[in-house]
Design a protein around this ligand. Structure first.
Ligand code: S6P
Ligand code: ZN
Length: 187
């Protein structure tokens, strides 16, 4: 592989040259991940909005490489639960990841298979280190797009299944206009 450069907008996280097309995830692809499936169905029926999109500027999945890119989580709620990413463990569980907040603000919800839970709020200019073994989900509780740069080992892989079937132990919902962490009633 040869060295290369690629454009990358530090505010929006978008690759404007179009060399990389973002992957979009809509409510219909995550209906069961939300605590209120009826609210999710309502959102699907009224246009199925994009919850988030991410551009992986490089990922050739080989050992020794670094995958990197950006995630944009849009502002909004399904019921009283904020727009969020699906979330995942890395298939090679020990693989860590670095995030850097470019714009907006939000949370990273993290948990280990043993049940440790950690919620970190990040703002522009702050870096977040997600150690290996911690599943991670980005949540936008703000009013602007929440944009983060990410870098992780290219061979990490993504295990969505565990989260898809059981969900996270905790949820972040809005109560009296403020975000609060509550137990996931489905856990
Ligand atoms: C990959 C990294 C991000 C996420 C992206 C979307 O390890 O954590 O690129 O893939 O934020 O989230 P998700 O949970 O749908 O992959
Ligand atoms: Zn990851």
């Amino acid at each position: 592989m040869k060295p290369y450069t690629i454009d990358f907008d530090l505010l929006t996280g978008i690759c404007k040259s179009g060399k990389v097309q973002p992957v979009q995830r809509r409510v219909s692809q995550m209906k069961m991940q939300f605590a209120d499936p009826e609210a999710a169905q309502k959102a699907i029926d009224s246009g199925d909005p994009v919850l988030y999109e991410f551009s992986t500027l490089l990922n050739d999945e080989k050992k020794g490489t670094l995958a990197f890119g950006s995630t944009i989580i849009y502002p909004g709620k399904i019921g009283d639960e904020y727009y969020m990413t699906k979330g995942h463990f890395h298939t090679i569980l020990d693989s860590a990841e670095v995030y850097y907040c470019l714009s907006g603000k939000g949370f990273m919800m993290m948990e280990t298979p043993e049940g440790d839970v950690d919620l970190q709020e990040v703002h522009p200019g702050e870096a977040l280190y997600v150690p290996g073994r911690w599943a991670h989900r980005s949540i936008n509780h703000g009013t602007e797009p929440f944009v983060m740069l990410f870098v992780y080992p290219g061979d990490s892989g993504h295990d969505y299944g565990t989260i898809e079937t059981k969900g996270y132990r905790k949820l972040v919902v809005e109560r009296d206009g403020k975000p609060v962490m509550i137990d996931n009633p489905k856990w």
